[in-house]
Design a protein around this ligand. Structure first.
Ligand code: 13P
Ligand code: SF4
Length: 306
């Protein structure tokens, strides 16, 4: 079996030869972040997708992220390293359900978290990420109902920050972040009383309310780097704990819960990246013309306003 370094060198060589840019979400493993051209949260990856010079883009992350890249760069060949990597939250509601709500609320505005299918995005007005949701919703009118889907936890967080908005939620959310309890947070605090608690807004509102900082994955990492504090309890995917401990060895990082593991995000391995570049693995993202045109509208607004 090829060693990690050997695999990485092969990937770096092939990526150049085949004119690929590799984008990796921060939830990916350390060895994948090392070979990526760009790493970041969902918003940073979307921004980056608009300005890639290579002809081909390889996404190490989950499917909605690769599809967002395709919407923003329709002329590029976009490949996801692991075709089976989805996001369970993205599948929770359908375009038909959104269209039915629109019929009943003709004045309503639909805001979709980027963690949704491309088909659902066709029926939405605005798309947001965890890093841009408050900013984008703050610009929407106060006097119209705003359906915020699928994540009711992120929606509640936005509603708390923007009390004048008429936000409506459905019962969706991330099964991993939403399963974390206040009791777990209190236990982690008892074990590390000096540590600050940094959580993702996909966590339940009682967990978010008991945190010292709430932000997207990149915002959590930036906060920990800039903070004068020296220890932190991290309430998001545990690969972020590993990355932070590696990047900031002088500080201490503890997982809020051992259960904060996204199986989909962890599906991608270095051999998957290699076979995607070799053309024997991975999955090319293909979207038809109508889908590209219609779903792009809310994604373009996200980039403009975020
Ligand atoms: P970010 O917006 O921080 O990238 O989060 C995406 C995600 O899927 C979190 O679970
Ligand atoms: Fe989806 Fe949750 Fe995994 Fe993020 S952590 S990709 S929201 S399942």
């Amino acid at each position: 079996m090829m060693q990690t370094k050997e695999l990485q060198q092969k990937i770096l060589r092939l990526k150049k030869e085949k004119d690929f840019c590799i984008l990796a979400h921060t939830y990916q493993s350390h060895e994948i972040l090392e070979i990526a051209d760009f790493t970041g949260d969902s918003f940073a990856l979307s921004r980056k997708a608009t300005g890639v010079s290579e002809k081909n883009i390889l996404m190490c992350g989950v499917r909605f992220m690769a599809e967002t890249v395709k919407l923003l760069s329709p002329d590029k060949r976009v490949v996801i390293a692991s075709g089976d990597a989805g996001c369970p939250m993205a599948e929770q509601f359908t375009r038909a359900e959104v269209e039915a709500w629109r019929k009943e609320h003709p004045e309503g505005i639909v805001v979709a978290y980027v963690n949704t299918t491309t088909d659902l995005k066709r029926a939405c007005d605005y798309c947001v990420t965890s890093a841009s949701a408050v900013k984008i919703v703050s610009r929407l009118p106060d006097d119209r109902e705003i359906l915020f889907i699928p994540d009711k936890n992120l929606g509640s967080y936005v509603a708390k920050k923007l009390p004048t908005k008429k936000l409506v939620f459905w019962n969706g959310g991330c099964p991993i972040h939403n399963s974390i309890t206040l009791k777990e947070l209190q236990t982690a605090k008892e074990q590390h009383p000096e540590a600050l608690v940094l959580t993702h807004p996909e966590c339940a509102s009682e967990v978010v309310s008991a945190s010292d900082f709430i932000g997207s994955t990149t915002e959590i990492m930036d906060y920990a780097a800039k903070s004068e504090a020296s220890s932190f309890i991290i309430g998001t995917e545990n690969n972020i704990v590993t990355h932070l401990q590696y990047e900031l060895p002088e500080k201490q990082f503890y997982p809020l819960s051992k259960r904060l593991i996204c199986a989909d995000m962890r599906l991608t391995s270095l051999p998957d990246v290699l076979s995607a570049l070799e053309g024997t693995g991975g999955l090319e993202i293909e979207l038809d013309g109508d889908t590209l045109r219609e779903a792009r509208v809310c994604i373009d607004r996200m980039i403009e306003m975020g």
